[in-house]
Design a protein around this ligand. Structure first.
Ligand code: DHK
Length: 145
């Protein structure tokens, strides 16, 4: 069974407590539950991880490269400025879908740029927890294509 890495960047471990008026009341454990349920229906397994550390996240991207694993990635704030993350993702050997809970295009101007989007197959943003559901469905389509 194919494993999908569901990688989450800084501050996403604080979901539920973090600015709930923006990010909602769901926790990262709730994100994991949605991902597990969706993945089971698609015949996939997920390995969900979160870090506040850019180097650790890049290490996981290298692991995905080496193991040829598809990735659903919420880079959080790294989305907007981490060229190092972008360069790691450019090496990818399997589908990559960028995901966001909120719609960055409808928020502050610094969130309007994603340095990651250009190396992803696509981006799902603005649907809260369901963004992850949709991203996994996109991964399944890409794997089947
Ligand atoms: C999460 C973050 O932490 C922000 O830095 C991004 C993203 C948006 C989200 O909507 O999931 O700008």
């Amino acid at each position: 069974m194919t494993t999908v890495l569901v990688l989450n960047g800084p501050n996403l471990g604080m979901l539920g407590a973090r600015e709930p008026e923006i990010y909602g009341s769901a926790t990262l454990a709730d994100v994991e539950a949605v991902c597990k349920q969706t993945a089971a229906g698609l015949g996939l397994e997920i390995d969900l991880r979160q870090t506040d550390d850019e180097a650790e996240l890049i290490g996981w991207v290298h692991e995905a490269f080496e193991r040829r694993l598809p990735v659903v990635l919420n880079p959080a704030a790294f989305t907007h400025y981490s060229y190092a993350l972008r360069d790691a993702l450019a090496m990818r050997t399997a589908p990559l879908v960028e995901v966001h809970l909120t719609n960055p295009a409808a928020r502050e101007s610094f969130r309007h740029v994603s340095v990651v989007a250009g190396v992803a197959d696509g981006t799902v943003a603005g649907f809260g927890l369901q963004s992850y559901d949709l991203a996994l469905r996109a991964i399944a389509r890409l794997l089947a294509a």
